[in-house]
Design a protein around this ligand. Structure first.
Ligand code: BG6
Length: 477
């Protein structure tokens, strides 16, 4: 069944995220016929892009750029539902009026009452802007009957996240709040739970007795072009690590959640995060790509990090002594999102003697990228005489091959979940605050920022952070 009639208000509607992910996500949901039949989309922000027509052509442009081939029969009707109404933290009157109008219209169209029309407020704005926006929403009573989506990063540190939670809870009931981290919406991330708990094979080995280390590696080729001012205020640690990478760590590390439900998933992740040791700044490398300071809206003396590599430890029975290595950065040699579980080498002497060259231990690789898949590196006997070893790969593709089973892109999945009021894949206040707490030592004692060439694998000093090196790039510079 399709979601109820919706008025979707998108703050930051002319921004990068809206163009790159949100409008394309809405388009693909329309293509898959999953959007509500009665839908109004109001883009909002301080700077008006001009008339509604101008805004629609801006959105149309974004679809062409980020969707690829656009089916005009789908895009046309979607664009007709879109308009732009300026608003700011100081003034939301025009917006409130537009929301009421749209609700009346949708109620008429659907034959339902205004009260049946759901409000979805999506705050795609920098963390510093959230608090004043919430005050405006409260003033205009747009908080009533609404679901609020707050983009990451949620706050900029522990204190500001707490303050934000306090402000939010004045205007919204916790049930109305959806803290989004789109990595959780990725097909392969939820598949981690299926992999671990639906197969008798993995869970018994999913611990320090069998696993040597874990790498969560998200190199990006993208630079920050076009997002200079966001990056100057945020940096890579807040943009990617306290959010996406730590969430991936949570899914790898959590105990059996016992249910795929909001409370269960949140509790399992919270328990894992509670056991993560606050980071040691000595085991964190910050980098900045050459040329970052010349980007538009970037301070020519900026020491904002565009790259982070981290060693983390989880002090519980399952993970004690197993290092987790997290790495991400902009303008790197490759664009990938890869989790590697490296198993302990069984080191059977007789096999080593038979083939001294075979030294790489088993690795389970979860590839979250556009072609999501799971791979396991295994060793086998080389065919023929003797007992020499060879490497092989088991590979499982996770993207479905029928229209019914085709995966939803992360934002599509999560937008749909918001419309259906399902918070299972959204983060809780407690978990976000704990992640800030874990990263707080690094915020307080920032490592010196080392420069790295664009197209490289980041600062050299991070290459040997993991024992045995990084799987991706196999330690090329
Ligand atoms: C966003 C970050 O949340 O995630 C960006 O702000 C980053 O800096 C992006 O590029 C990566 O997302 P994805 O889904 O393309 O891997």
């Amino acid at each position: 069944t399709k979601p109820a009639p919706h008025v979707l208000v998108l703050f930051g509607a002319t921004g990068d995220l809206a163009a790159r992910k949100l409008f394309p996500g809405l388009y693909r949901l329309a293509l898959a016929k999953r959007l509500p039949d009665q839908l109004a989309i109001i883009g909002s922000g301080r700077r008006s892009p001009g008339s509604d027509e101008d805004f629609r052509s801006h959105v149309h442009q974004a679809l062409k750029e980020f969707v690829g081939e656009v089916d005009e029969m789908v895009a046309g009707p979607l664009l007709e539902r879109i308009r732009f109404v300026p608003s700011s933290a100081d003034d939301g009157t025009a917006l409130a009026a537009a929301v009421h109008d749209a609700e009346d219209q949708l109620a008429l169209e659907s034959g339902q009452t205004v009260g049946d029309v759901q409000r979805l407020l999506y705050l795609s704005v920098p963390p510093q802007a959230v608090e004043p926006m919430v005050a405006m929403l409260d003033r205009e009573q747009l908080n009533v009957r609404s679901r609020l989506v707050a983009e990451k990063p949620f706050g900029t540190d522990l204190a500001s996240a707490r303050e934000l939670d306090a402000v939010l809870s004045e205007a919204f009931d916790e049930k109305q709040i959806f803290r989004i981290d789109h990595f959780i919406g990725k097909e392969a991330v939820q598949n981690l739970l299926a992999l671990r708990f639906a197969n008798g094979l993995f869970e018994p080995a999913w611990n320090r007795h069998s696993i040597e280390s874990v790498q969560i590696d998200v190199p990006e080729k993208l630079t920050v072009t076009g997002r200079g001012s966001f990056y100057e205020g945020t940096g890579c640690l807040r943009d990617m690590v306290t959010t996406h990478l730590c969430q991936l760590l949570g899914f790898v590390a959590m105990e059996d959640p016992h249910a795929f439900r909001e409370g269960a998933i949140r509790a399992a992740k919270a328990a894992a995060f509670a056991a993560v040791r606050p980071l040691d700044p000595e085991r964190v490398v910050f980098g900045q790509y050459d040329g970052y300071r010349e980007e538009p809206d970037v301070d020519p003396d900026s020491d904002v990090e565009t790259y982070v590599a981290i060693e983390a430890w989880i002090d519980n029975d399952r993970w004690r002594g197993v290092p987790f290595y997290l790495r991400t950065g902009k303008a790197l040699a490759a664009g990938q999102r890869t989790i590697t579980i490296r198993f302990i080498d069984p080191r059977h002497r007789w096999l080593q003697a038979a083939d001294p060259g075979a030294t790489e231990p088993n690795e389970l690789v979860i590839e979250l990228s556009d072609d999501p898949r799971i791979e396991i590196d295994v060793r086998a006997k080389r065919p023929g005489p003797g007992m020499a070893l060879t490497d092989g790969v088991f590979r499982l593709h996770l993207g479905g091959d029928t229209p019914d089973s085709s995966p939803l892109e992360a934002y599509e999945r999560l937008l749909l979940d918001v419309m259906n009021g399902d918070r299972t894949l959204f983060t809780s206040a407690g978990e976000v605050e704990r992640l800030w707490e874990i990263c707080q030592p690094v915020l307080e004692h920032r490592p010196a920022v080392e420069s790295y060439p664009q197209g490289s694998w980041g600062p050299e000093s991070a290459l040997d952070l993991p024992l045995g090196g990084w799987r991706l790039g196999r330690n090329q510079k």
